[in-house]
Structure formats: C-alpha cells, structure tokens
Design a protein around this ligand. Sequence first.
Ligand code: ADP
Ligand code: ZN
Length: 515
Amino acid sequence: MEINPHTLLKNVFGYDEFRPLQQEIIERTLAGKDSFVLMPTGGGKSMCFQIPALCFDGITIVVSPLISLMKDQVQALQANGIKADFFNSSISPQAENEVIARATKGEIKLLYLSPEKLISVSNTWLRNLNIKLVAIDEAHCVSMWGHDFRPEYTKLKAFRNSLSQVPFMALTATADKSARIDIEEQLGLNDSKLFISSFNRENLSIEVRGQVPKKKKLEEIGRFVEKKKNESGIIYCLSRKNTEEVADYLKSYGHSVAYYHAGMNPEERERVQTAFIYDDTKIIVATIAFGMGIDKSNVRWVIHFNLPKNLEGYYQEIGRAGRDGLPAETRLYYNMSDFVMYSQFAEDGANSTMQKEKLNRMLQFAEAKSCRRRILLSYFGEHLPKDCGNCDVCDNPPKDFEGTVLAQKALSGIARMKEKEGIAMLINVLRGSNNAEVHASGYSQLKTYGAGKDISYIDWRDYIIQLANQGLIEIMYSEGSALKISPVGWKVLKGELFIKLTSPILAEEKVSRRP
Ligand code: ADP
Ligand code: ZN
C-alpha cells in the first residue's frame, strides 16, 4: 500500500487537500511524538489518527466513550476498504473473541475500544499486539475540570506507561486551559504539542435574552419558528417536563415538532432522531442528551430555553447549527429560576465547587456587555482581534470608555500577587481594605494596595469580569479560581494595547432596559 499521507487522503478518503493542521499533526505522529488536538466538532479530528494508522505497519488503538458512534465510524472506514474493527460492551463475547483473534493475527489496522474494555483486567492479548499509535478521543472525559468526567478514563495512564515509546494523541472539541493541563498530566503525554484549530464559527449569529417570563418566552419562540417554516432547528431545555411542554405548545400551532429526552425508551428516541435527520420532523425539543454524534448539516437554528450549565456545553450545542457553513441563528434565554433548578441537581463533593464556578462563568457570559463571540473564543484560548458584528451586543453596543488605565491597575495587582489570588482578594487589595486576610498575606505592602479606592466593590467585580470576558484574564478553576494574566493581558499591562470598558449597569436599569 502507498504510505504517503497525501496520497492516502486522496485515494482512500477521496479528498484533495488537508484541512489546516491535519498534515502537521500527521507528520508529528509519524515521527513518533505525542500531540494534543483541540478542534471543533466536524473539524476533521479523525483523519489525524486514521491516516497515520494506515501508514504504520502495526495496529492503532482508538479509545472512545461513545459506543453508539463507534459502530458507525468503523462501518464508514470499512466502506473505504480499511481494516477497522471495534468492540465494547454491546457486542457478544463470541464476536469479541473473533475481533481479538484477527487483531492478534495482525489483520486489523484500527481497533476502536471503549475505555472499560481497555482497562479490563483480562486483556493480556492487548499487550501482545504490535501497537504503533494510541488515539484517545473525547479526551476531556479524563479531566475533572472538563464537563463530562468519566472515571474509567483516569485509568488510561497505566496503559500509557506500559507503552512509553508509542505516540499518543489526545483529541477533543472542548477543553479550557485548566482542563488541557490536566488532560496532559492524566494521560502522561510527553512533551506533547498542542494543535488548536479555530473555534470561530462566523456563520452562527449569537443572541442572548434574559429574564423573559416563561409565557412570553413561549410566545417569542412561537413567532420565531413561524418565520422559519421548513427549516430544521433544535430547542434545548433543562428538564424533561419542559421539553414536552414546549413541544406541545408548538404542536398546537401546527408545527412539525417532537420531543426527545433520556426518559424515553431507546426505540422511540431512535425514531425521533431518524425523523429529524431525514427532515420528516423539523423541530426537536430536547434535553442535552440529544445531538451527541448527530451529523446533520442543515440545522438552521438552535434555541436554549434555559441557561446551559457551562460554556463548553453551550458552545457545543449551538455548534450543531450551520454545519454546512450557511448562516444559522442561535438564541439563549436565561432566568434566575434556572439556578434553582440547578441547585436541585447539584452534585456533592469536590466537583461541585467547580460546577458552580462554571455556572457563574456561564451567567457572566449571558450578562456580558461586550462582543459575545470574543468572550466565547477567549474562553477557549483564542483571541479575536476585533468585534464580530454578528451578535446581539455588536448589533446594539453599549456606551464604552477608554479603560486601559483601570485594566492596568487590576492586572498589576494580579501580577504583584504572583497570579495566586481570586477576584475577592484582588478587589480588597485594590480598594485598600483592612480585611485581616489582606494584612496577613502582606498584600497591604504592595504598590497597588488602595490604587482603586475610588471604585466600589461591585463595580470592580463588574470590570474584572469584563476583563476576563475580553480575554485579558484567565480564571483558573483548577487553582481555586486564581486569576492569571493572558498574553493579551500582558500587552495591555505594558501599554502596548488599549482597551474599552463599559460602565456597570445598575440592577434596576438592567431589568428595564430589556425589551
Ligand atoms: P470531528 O471528529 O473533528 O468531529 P470528523 O473527523 O468526523 O470530525 O470529520 C468531519 C467531516 O469532515 C467528515 O465527514 C470527514 O470525512 C470530513 N473531512 C475530514 N478531513 C477532511 C479534508 N481534509 N477534506 C475534506 N473533508 C474532510
Ligand atoms: Zn460580536
């Protein structure tokens, strides 16, 4: 077989060109090195390990937690004439043994496994394979700082240690900085190179509407879908009950709509999903269980009926619209009552603090007064040089003022406290507070102590969140929410870049401003 990556791309997959980063990742892997691939859904991650797998003279192991997707992926590869196979808890022991036998004989190039299977004790056969590459798909599942933690994934490090000479590739569509550091550590990646492809989806418009009562929300959505006859869309709700209510409401106006949630039996869910994929049902009202691995390119809009739990989930969900690159609309509704719902679901333990922080970050995004796309992208470590012009804030910009000096005060406070403290301590220091903790840590000796006396605590909080939203500050959830200065933040601190801030809005004004 021809082993040139480009020829494989053409002859096996039928594509002419690599997408950005694919070729670099493939070359690094062929050179035996580890990589961390952060690309949006649909970005073409699979190709990054599939082509090296065909080049190597042994077997590639692909770890994936999405059992339902595994079969589809393997069938698609087989249809291209590639010797791929899989097993997970859904196949019979006999079929499993057949796959093992073929793998042992060297008849399989790509073997997809669920993490449970990989770490199970009885797999000595695995150690005898000629493994040349290991790809860990959905790698965010290894991290507590991600939003879909799976305990089985933490056992992968032992597997990595047993194969120290083999290149490993971690792939995910969602990981903030804390999660990225954690994933590298947990998977024992060696000197891995991070490849981030742009998460910017210019064709998605972003809109947020706050504090709309439920009845009005339904009416607005009713008018929205009325204008979108014959277009496919998804409405995400927090509760199963809500999905049924919203679907019933739209049905009563004659719309083509179905609901989808985890309380339905698998056959029903399959039926609803298929009808949506084939355009027989136009609108799906669903809990977040819907959409994982659905490859439908012509979803024209996504509405969130409630505040999502975190920005990772939100971005993934709106990302299901407009995969064909044509304009698509997204709208997020949020209410304080959504929080009450979350507190009912809240999990205990160490993880719950982080979940709360992430929920706060989500709310800060919803309440933000600067370009929403810039906020989202900066959360994923990307800096947009200018406002997007395709979000509700860009359409309706608030009045801003030259905020560089104010930003520099906050940034220099963070720097002088060695990037170890959170928002509350920073504000106390800036305001010259007599708080015992401030004195005990010696921060009252800092030059920035009291440099921002003239601004109230609440306003400082607002400004600092604006700085985080503009990507100058990173909030490290893995380090007790300590504030760190981003590369862009350092530029502002050094006076190489100027920024704008908007005046904090009074709470009453906030409510009355909304249509
Ligand atoms: P991801 O795993 O990042 O969500 P996939 O690997 O499933 O994305 O790829 C998404 C789609 O893009 C697939 O249909 C795939 O065949 C296609 N694709 C991948 N690489 C290329 C390329 N270089 N040129 C054209 N299409 C590509
Ligand atoms: Zn914008």
